[in-house]
Design a protein around this ligand. Structure first.
Ligand code: APR
Length: 234
């Protein structure tokens, strides 16, 4: 695949999934070695599990933050962040909760599934940033356990976040999806919005999936290799 010139596009959306971070060493969810292979989500990643045993669930997420901190953003993250810094009209929509785009220097990231780096009180909705360890595990106002501010199984996504993502994607003239298996809704439907909006749709994923036929261009390479080759005019 020849490189693209970002100058030919007014509105670019990068849409990323677990494969983007996998190359930095953050485990994916599905497939061999995926998180849900080793941990049953019913025990670690849903509100019911949290209510049953908050400490167990909080500990699991602390371990995940530790694992993420041991990883570094790769060349693909840096290309996206540099492009966003260099010009307006570049949006990042991610299913990832690990904050890797921000660590590479991106400042505007639509996080569909929330962030590992925040907790919130269900009662007060107040959000708090966390580092590797929790500063406190209970809400100072009501004493309830603070829960990770992420979208767990059986949770609904934040309506305003979805609307913002869909707006950005419909308006895009270049849509680049990276490292997502396209099976988790509603994000799995996003490529179709890009297509309907008339964007050139590019997929970067070493493996094809159900959504692949929708794309104009499929690059069967890892993100860290494909992105620097795609944008050589940064
Ligand atoms: N570069 C690009 N793609 C890659 C790479 C890489 N280096 N390595 C793996 N991939 C691809 C895999 O081929 C796979 O298609 O990344 C994809 C990862 O798929 P999933 O693990 O299903 O991740 P994702 O699509 O982000 O999952 C969506 O599911 O459990 C939930 O909330 C969780 O956000 C997550 C959501």
């Amino acid at each position: 695949m020849e490189g693209l010139s970002h100058r030919d596009y007014g509105r670019i959306v990068f849409f990323t999934g677990a494969g983007m971070s996998a190359e930095s060493g953050v485990p994916t969810y599905r497939g061999r070695g995926g998180i849900w292979d080793s941990y049953r989500w019913e025990e670690y990643a849903c509100q019911r599990a949290f209510e049953r045993d908050p400490d167990k669930v909080l500990k699991f997420h602390e371990l995940r933050r530790k694992a993420v901190l041991a990883c570094e953003p790769h060349a693909g993250h840096r290309v996206i962040a540099a492009l966003q810094k260099a010009r307006p009209g570049v949006r990042i929509v991610t299913q990832n909760i690990d904050g890797m785009h921000q660590r590479a220097g991106a400042t505007d990231v639509i996080e569909l599934h929330g962030s590992l780096w925040r907790v919130r009180c269900e009662e007060h909705g107040v959000r708090q940033d966390v580092g590797e360890a929790y500063r406190e595990t209970r809400c100072p106002a009501c004493g309830r356990h603070l829960r990770p501010d992420i979208v767990w199984f059986e949770d609904s996504l934040d309506r305003f976040t979805i609307e913002e993502a869909v707006r950005a994607i419909r308006a895009a003239d270049l849509f680049i999806s990276i490292g997502t298996s396209g099976v988790v809704w509603p994000a799995a439907g996003f490529p179709r919005f890009a297509k309907e909006g008339g964007a050139l749709c590019v997929e970067i994923n070493p493996e094809a999936n159900e959504m692949s036929p929708l794309y104009d261009i499929s690059i069967r390479e890892p993100a860290g290799k494909a992105l620097p080759r795609l944008f050589t005019d940064l």
